[in-house]
Design a protein around this ligand. Structure first.
Ligand code: PMP
Length: 349
Protein backbone atom coordinates (compact mmCIF):
# COMPACT_ATOMS: atom_id res chain seq x y z
CA UNK A 1 0.00 0.00 0.00
CA UNK A 2 1.46 3.35 -1.03
CA UNK A 3 0.39 6.88 -0.15
CA UNK A 4 -0.07 7.28 -3.89
CA UNK A 5 -3.23 5.16 -3.67
CA UNK A 6 -4.80 8.04 -1.78
CA UNK A 7 -3.82 10.81 -4.14
CA UNK A 8 -6.68 12.74 -5.76
CA UNK A 9 -5.29 12.16 -9.25
CA UNK A 10 -6.52 14.20 -12.20
CA UNK A 11 -5.39 14.91 -15.75
CA UNK A 12 -5.02 18.71 -15.71
CA UNK A 13 -6.27 21.25 -18.22
CA UNK A 14 -3.56 22.55 -20.56
CA UNK A 15 -3.70 26.33 -20.91
CA UNK A 16 -2.62 27.98 -24.16
CA UNK A 17 1.02 28.87 -24.51
CA UNK A 18 2.28 32.26 -23.23
CA UNK A 19 5.51 32.61 -25.23
CA UNK A 20 8.44 34.60 -23.89
CA UNK A 21 9.48 35.86 -27.34
CA UNK A 22 8.29 39.41 -27.99
CA UNK A 23 7.68 39.85 -31.70
CA UNK A 24 5.14 37.13 -32.10
CA UNK A 25 1.57 37.45 -33.30
CA UNK A 26 -0.32 35.81 -30.50
CA UNK A 27 -3.71 34.51 -31.61
CA UNK A 28 -3.92 31.45 -29.36
CA UNK A 29 -5.72 32.38 -26.12
CA UNK A 30 -8.51 34.76 -27.18
CA UNK A 31 -7.06 37.78 -25.43
CA UNK A 32 -8.24 41.23 -26.46
CA UNK A 33 -5.76 43.05 -28.72
CA UNK A 34 -6.75 46.44 -27.28
CA UNK A 35 -5.71 47.87 -23.92
CA UNK A 36 -8.04 48.11 -20.91
CA UNK A 37 -10.17 51.26 -20.36
CA UNK A 38 -8.39 54.55 -19.45
CA UNK A 39 -10.08 54.44 -16.01
CA UNK A 40 -8.05 51.29 -15.24
CA UNK A 41 -4.80 53.19 -15.82
CA UNK A 42 -6.04 55.96 -13.51
CA UNK A 43 -6.96 53.48 -10.78
CA UNK A 44 -3.54 51.84 -11.15
CA UNK A 45 -1.84 55.18 -10.47
CA UNK A 46 -3.76 55.44 -7.22
CA UNK A 47 -2.85 51.97 -5.96
CA UNK A 48 -1.23 52.44 -2.55
CA UNK A 49 1.26 49.72 -1.67
CA UNK A 50 1.10 50.65 2.00
CA UNK A 51 -2.46 49.31 2.10
CA UNK A 52 -1.20 45.87 1.08
CA UNK A 53 -0.12 45.22 4.63
CA UNK A 54 -3.79 44.47 5.30
CA UNK A 55 -6.05 41.78 3.91
CA UNK A 56 -8.40 42.78 1.09
CA UNK A 57 -12.17 43.13 1.59
CA UNK A 58 -13.49 39.53 1.77
CA UNK A 59 -16.90 40.65 0.47
CA UNK A 60 -15.25 42.25 -2.60
CA UNK A 61 -17.70 45.11 -2.06
CA UNK A 62 -16.27 47.68 -4.47
CA UNK A 63 -16.02 45.23 -7.34
CA UNK A 64 -19.45 43.73 -6.68
CA UNK A 65 -20.97 47.24 -6.53
CA UNK A 66 -19.41 48.22 -9.86
CA UNK A 67 -20.61 45.02 -11.56
CA UNK A 68 -24.09 45.29 -10.08
CA UNK A 69 -24.50 48.87 -11.25
CA UNK A 70 -23.14 48.17 -14.76
CA UNK A 71 -25.60 45.30 -15.24
CA UNK A 72 -28.40 46.78 -13.14
CA UNK A 73 -28.82 43.77 -10.86
CA UNK A 74 -28.90 43.52 -7.06
CA UNK A 75 -25.58 43.13 -5.26
CA UNK A 76 -26.67 39.85 -3.73
CA UNK A 77 -27.14 38.44 -7.22
CA UNK A 78 -23.42 38.85 -8.02
CA UNK A 79 -20.50 36.52 -7.27
CA UNK A 80 -16.86 37.26 -8.15
CA UNK A 81 -13.80 35.05 -8.48
CA UNK A 82 -10.23 34.76 -9.75
CA UNK A 83 -11.16 34.58 -13.42
CA UNK A 84 -14.25 32.75 -14.59
CA UNK A 85 -12.24 29.55 -14.19
CA UNK A 86 -12.41 30.08 -10.43
CA UNK A 87 -16.11 30.97 -10.57
CA UNK A 88 -16.89 27.89 -12.69
CA UNK A 89 -14.80 25.62 -10.51
CA UNK A 90 -16.63 26.88 -7.38
CA UNK A 91 -19.96 26.40 -9.15
CA UNK A 92 -19.10 22.79 -10.07
CA UNK A 93 -18.11 22.12 -6.47
CA UNK A 94 -21.21 23.79 -5.04
CA UNK A 95 -24.00 22.71 -7.35
CA UNK A 96 -23.02 19.34 -8.79
CA UNK A 97 -23.43 16.88 -5.96
CA UNK A 98 -25.70 14.23 -7.50
CA UNK A 99 -25.27 10.60 -8.55
CA UNK A 100 -26.77 11.55 -11.89
CA UNK A 101 -24.45 12.83 -14.63
CA UNK A 102 -23.85 16.50 -15.34
CA UNK A 103 -24.40 17.16 -19.04
CA UNK A 104 -22.29 19.23 -21.42
CA UNK A 105 -21.36 18.99 -25.11
CA UNK A 106 -18.58 16.68 -26.38
CA UNK A 107 -16.90 19.69 -27.97
CA UNK A 108 -16.78 22.56 -25.51
CA UNK A 109 -14.47 24.30 -23.05
CA UNK A 110 -12.08 21.50 -22.12
CA UNK A 111 -11.90 22.53 -18.46
CA UNK A 112 -15.42 21.19 -17.71
CA UNK A 113 -14.45 17.52 -17.74
CA UNK A 114 -11.30 18.35 -15.74
CA UNK A 115 -13.32 19.93 -12.90
CA UNK A 116 -15.81 17.07 -13.04
CA UNK A 117 -12.95 14.57 -12.72
CA UNK A 118 -11.26 16.56 -9.96
CA UNK A 119 -14.44 16.72 -7.86
CA UNK A 120 -15.50 13.17 -8.81
CA UNK A 121 -18.71 14.43 -10.43
CA UNK A 122 -20.23 11.97 -12.92
CA UNK A 123 -20.73 13.54 -16.36
CA UNK A 124 -21.97 12.76 -19.84
CA UNK A 125 -20.86 14.56 -22.98
CA UNK A 126 -23.59 15.13 -25.56
CA UNK A 127 -22.29 15.13 -29.14
CA UNK A 128 -22.75 18.39 -31.03
CA UNK A 129 -24.51 18.05 -34.39
CA UNK A 130 -22.31 17.70 -37.50
CA UNK A 131 -22.38 21.50 -37.98
CA UNK A 132 -21.26 22.00 -34.37
CA UNK A 133 -24.65 23.29 -33.19
CA UNK A 134 -26.15 22.12 -29.90
CA UNK A 135 -29.38 20.09 -29.95
CA UNK A 136 -31.30 21.47 -26.93
CA UNK A 137 -33.27 18.20 -26.63
CA UNK A 138 -30.06 16.42 -25.58
CA UNK A 139 -30.39 18.31 -22.29
CA UNK A 140 -34.03 17.55 -21.48
CA UNK A 141 -33.46 14.14 -19.84
CA UNK A 142 -32.75 13.38 -16.19
CA UNK A 143 -29.36 14.70 -15.08
CA UNK A 144 -27.31 16.12 -12.21
CA UNK A 145 -26.84 19.55 -13.80
CA UNK A 146 -26.14 21.20 -17.16
CA UNK A 147 -23.25 23.35 -18.41
CA UNK A 148 -23.49 25.23 -21.69
CA UNK A 149 -20.89 27.68 -23.00
CA UNK A 150 -22.85 30.21 -25.04
CA UNK A 151 -21.42 31.05 -27.51
CA UNK A 152 -19.68 27.72 -27.38
CA UNK A 153 -15.91 27.38 -27.36
CA UNK A 154 -13.87 26.48 -29.31
CA UNK A 155 -16.54 26.40 -32.04
CA UNK A 156 -17.71 30.02 -31.69
CA UNK A 157 -21.29 28.97 -32.45
CA UNK A 158 -24.10 30.58 -30.41
CA UNK A 159 -27.40 29.12 -29.25
CA UNK A 160 -30.47 31.41 -29.39
CA UNK A 161 -31.68 32.64 -26.01
CA UNK A 162 -35.01 30.86 -26.55
CA UNK A 163 -33.15 27.50 -26.61
CA UNK A 164 -31.18 28.40 -23.49
CA UNK A 165 -34.43 29.32 -21.75
CA UNK A 166 -36.00 26.01 -22.75
CA UNK A 167 -33.00 24.11 -21.30
CA UNK A 168 -33.22 26.09 -18.03
CA UNK A 169 -37.01 25.61 -17.84
CA UNK A 170 -36.82 21.84 -18.45
CA UNK A 171 -34.17 21.45 -15.73
CA UNK A 172 -35.77 23.24 -12.80
CA UNK A 173 -34.59 20.48 -10.41
CA UNK A 174 -30.87 21.04 -11.14
CA UNK A 175 -28.56 24.02 -11.66
CA UNK A 176 -27.88 25.13 -15.23
CA UNK A 177 -24.61 27.02 -15.75
CA UNK A 178 -24.36 29.22 -18.83
CA UNK A 179 -20.74 30.19 -19.46
CA UNK A 180 -20.84 33.53 -21.30
CA UNK A 181 -17.08 34.17 -21.58
CA UNK A 182 -17.59 35.35 -25.19
CA UNK A 183 -21.17 36.60 -25.21
CA UNK A 184 -20.27 40.30 -25.57
CA UNK A 185 -18.97 39.68 -29.11
CA UNK A 186 -22.39 38.81 -30.51
CA UNK A 187 -24.30 36.27 -28.42
CA UNK A 188 -27.54 36.80 -26.49
CA UNK A 189 -26.99 36.92 -22.74
CA UNK A 190 -29.19 34.88 -20.42
CA UNK A 191 -28.82 37.54 -17.71
CA UNK A 192 -32.45 38.75 -18.11
CA UNK A 193 -33.60 35.23 -17.10
CA UNK A 194 -32.06 35.14 -13.61
CA UNK A 195 -35.13 36.67 -11.95
CA UNK A 196 -37.38 34.15 -13.66
CA UNK A 197 -35.39 30.96 -12.97
CA UNK A 198 -33.69 30.47 -9.62
CA UNK A 199 -31.63 27.52 -10.96
CA UNK A 200 -29.71 29.57 -13.57
CA UNK A 201 -26.12 30.74 -13.09
CA UNK A 202 -24.72 33.09 -15.77
CA UNK A 203 -20.91 33.30 -15.73
CA UNK A 204 -18.85 36.08 -17.32
CA UNK A 205 -15.23 37.28 -17.41
CA UNK A 206 -12.97 40.33 -17.62
CA UNK A 207 -10.50 38.36 -19.71
CA UNK A 208 -11.95 38.88 -23.18
CA UNK A 209 -14.26 41.86 -23.77
CA UNK A 210 -12.69 43.91 -20.93
CA UNK A 211 -9.05 43.32 -21.96
CA UNK A 212 -7.95 42.22 -18.48
CA UNK A 213 -7.01 38.53 -18.70
CA UNK A 214 -3.89 39.23 -16.64
CA UNK A 215 -5.84 40.60 -13.70
CA UNK A 216 -7.90 37.38 -13.31
CA UNK A 217 -11.48 38.49 -12.65
CA UNK A 218 -14.60 36.49 -13.37
CA UNK A 219 -18.14 36.99 -12.12
CA UNK A 220 -21.52 35.34 -12.10
CA UNK A 221 -25.17 36.30 -11.82
CA UNK A 222 -27.93 34.23 -10.31
CA UNK A 223 -30.84 34.19 -7.89
CA UNK A 224 -30.02 35.35 -4.35
CA UNK A 225 -30.41 31.78 -3.15
CA UNK A 226 -27.94 30.46 -5.72
CA UNK A 227 -25.36 33.17 -5.00
CA UNK A 228 -25.66 32.55 -1.24
CA UNK A 229 -24.75 28.87 -1.75
CA UNK A 230 -21.77 29.88 -3.89
CA UNK A 231 -20.58 32.31 -1.22
CA UNK A 232 -20.89 29.62 1.46
CA UNK A 233 -18.62 27.36 -0.60
CA UNK A 234 -16.18 30.21 -1.33
CA UNK A 235 -15.90 31.17 2.35
CA UNK A 236 -15.24 27.51 3.15
CA UNK A 237 -12.40 27.44 0.63
CA UNK A 238 -10.60 30.81 0.63
CA UNK A 239 -11.99 34.03 2.18
CA UNK A 240 -9.68 36.34 0.24
CA UNK A 241 -10.00 35.33 -3.37
CA UNK A 242 -9.65 38.79 -4.88
CA UNK A 243 -6.53 40.83 -4.21
CA UNK A 244 -6.59 44.61 -3.68
CA UNK A 245 -5.61 45.67 -7.22
CA UNK A 246 -8.26 43.35 -8.71
CA UNK A 247 -10.92 44.97 -6.57
CA UNK A 248 -9.83 48.52 -7.52
CA UNK A 249 -8.96 48.05 -11.19
CA UNK A 250 -11.86 45.72 -11.81
CA UNK A 251 -14.28 48.30 -10.44
CA UNK A 252 -12.67 51.02 -12.59
CA UNK A 253 -13.05 48.91 -15.74
CA UNK A 254 -16.83 48.91 -15.29
CA UNK A 255 -17.07 52.73 -15.30
CA UNK A 256 -16.66 53.32 -19.01
CA UNK A 257 -19.47 51.73 -20.99
CA UNK A 258 -18.56 53.60 -24.17
CA UNK A 259 -14.95 52.37 -24.25
CA UNK A 260 -16.16 48.81 -23.66
CA UNK A 261 -18.69 49.00 -26.50
CA UNK A 262 -16.20 50.59 -28.90
CA UNK A 263 -13.53 47.97 -28.20
CA UNK A 264 -15.96 45.13 -28.69
CA UNK A 265 -17.23 46.71 -31.95
CA UNK A 266 -13.67 46.95 -33.28
CA UNK A 267 -13.01 43.26 -32.57
CA UNK A 268 -16.32 42.29 -34.19
CA UNK A 269 -15.56 44.37 -37.33
CA UNK A 270 -12.14 42.72 -37.65
CA UNK A 271 -13.71 39.29 -37.15
CA UNK A 272 -16.22 39.84 -39.95
CA UNK A 273 -13.52 41.08 -42.33
CA UNK A 274 -11.29 38.12 -41.41
CA UNK A 275 -14.17 35.71 -42.11
CA UNK A 276 -14.42 37.05 -45.68
CA UNK A 277 -10.70 36.71 -46.26
CA UNK A 278 -10.53 33.21 -44.81
CA UNK A 279 -13.53 32.17 -46.92
CA UNK A 280 -11.78 33.51 -50.04
CA UNK A 281 -8.83 31.24 -49.18
CA UNK A 282 -11.14 28.24 -49.00
CA UNK A 283 -11.34 27.89 -45.20
CA UNK A 284 -14.51 26.38 -43.70
CA UNK A 285 -16.02 27.54 -40.43
CA UNK A 286 -19.28 28.16 -38.58
CA UNK A 287 -20.76 31.58 -37.89
CA UNK A 288 -18.57 32.73 -35.01
CA UNK A 289 -20.14 35.13 -32.52
CA UNK A 290 -16.95 35.30 -30.46
CA UNK A 291 -13.49 36.88 -30.64
CA UNK A 292 -12.09 33.85 -32.49
CA UNK A 293 -12.77 31.82 -35.63
CA UNK A 294 -12.65 28.01 -35.59
CA UNK A 295 -11.64 27.02 -39.10
CA UNK A 296 -10.28 24.17 -41.19
CA UNK A 297 -9.03 23.92 -44.74
CA UNK A 298 -10.15 21.14 -47.11
CA UNK A 299 -6.73 20.63 -48.67
CA UNK A 300 -4.22 21.25 -45.87
CA UNK A 301 -4.12 19.54 -42.50
CA UNK A 302 -4.61 21.49 -39.30
CA UNK A 303 -1.19 20.45 -38.09
CA UNK A 304 0.51 21.56 -41.31
CA UNK A 305 -1.06 25.01 -41.18
CA UNK A 306 -0.39 25.32 -37.44
CA UNK A 307 3.30 24.47 -37.90
CA UNK A 308 3.68 26.81 -40.87
CA UNK A 309 2.16 29.72 -38.95
CA UNK A 310 4.32 28.94 -35.93
CA UNK A 311 7.44 28.96 -38.10
CA UNK A 312 6.36 32.44 -39.20
CA UNK A 313 5.89 33.68 -35.62
CA UNK A 314 2.10 33.40 -35.55
CA UNK A 315 0.60 31.25 -32.80
CA UNK A 316 -2.95 29.93 -33.04
CA UNK A 317 -4.52 27.10 -31.03
CA UNK A 318 -5.08 23.55 -32.18
CA UNK A 319 -6.72 20.84 -30.07
CA UNK A 320 -5.57 17.31 -30.81
CA UNK A 321 -8.98 15.87 -29.92
CA UNK A 322 -11.55 13.70 -31.74
CA UNK A 323 -13.64 15.56 -34.39
CA UNK A 324 -11.65 18.81 -34.18
CA UNK A 325 -7.98 18.00 -34.78
CA UNK A 326 -8.11 19.52 -38.28
CA UNK A 327 -9.36 22.83 -36.95
CA UNK A 328 -7.46 25.91 -35.86
CA UNK A 329 -8.88 28.34 -33.36
CA UNK A 330 -7.72 31.75 -34.47
CA UNK A 331 -8.20 34.62 -31.99
CA UNK A 332 -9.07 38.01 -33.45
CA UNK A 333 -6.14 40.41 -33.16
CA UNK A 334 -5.72 43.92 -34.54
CA UNK A 335 -6.43 44.56 -38.24
CA UNK A 336 -2.71 44.66 -38.88
CA UNK A 337 -2.13 41.30 -37.18
CA UNK A 338 -4.94 39.72 -39.16
CA UNK A 339 -3.49 41.14 -42.41
CA UNK A 340 -0.19 39.44 -41.62
CA UNK A 341 -1.99 36.19 -40.79
CA UNK A 342 -3.87 36.25 -44.10
CA UNK A 343 -0.73 36.97 -46.11
CA UNK A 344 1.14 34.09 -44.46
CA UNK A 345 -1.85 31.77 -45.00
CA UNK A 346 -1.86 32.69 -48.70
CA UNK A 347 1.61 31.16 -48.98
CA UNK A 348 0.45 27.76 -47.78
CA UNK A 349 -3.15 27.08 -48.85
N1 PMP B 1 -14.98 29.80 -20.29
C1 PMP B 1 -14.58 29.67 -21.55
C2 PMP B 1 -15.53 29.11 -22.54
C3 PMP B 1 -13.27 30.05 -21.92
O1 PMP B 1 -12.85 29.87 -23.18
C4 PMP B 1 -12.40 30.58 -20.95
C5 PMP B 1 -11.01 31.02 -21.35
N2 PMP B 1 -10.04 30.05 -21.32
C6 PMP B 1 -12.87 30.67 -19.64
C7 PMP B 1 -14.16 30.30 -19.34
C8 PMP B 1 -12.00 31.15 -18.51
O2 PMP B 1 -11.57 32.44 -18.64
P1 PMP B 1 -11.03 33.26 -17.41
O3 PMP B 1 -10.69 32.31 -16.30
O4 PMP B 1 -9.86 33.98 -17.95
O5 PMP B 1 -12.15 34.18 -17.01
Amino acid sequence: MSWENNVRTVVPYTPGEQPKIKNIIKLNTNENPYPPAPEVYEAYKNVNLEDYRKYPDPTCGKLVDAISSFYKVDKDQVFVGVGSDDVLSMAFLTFFNSEKPVLFPDITYSFYDVWANLYRIPFEQKPLREDFTIDPEDYFGENGGVVIANPNAPTGVALPLSDIEEIVKRNSDVVVIVDEAYVDFGGESALPLIDKYDNLLVVKTYSKSRSLAGLRIGYAFGSKKLIKYLLDAKFSFNSYTMNMPSLELGAAAMENREYFEETVAKVVATRERTKKELKALGFEFGDSKTNFIFAKHPSKSGKEIFDYLRAHDIIVRRFDLPRISEYLRISIGTDEEMDTLISVLKEIV
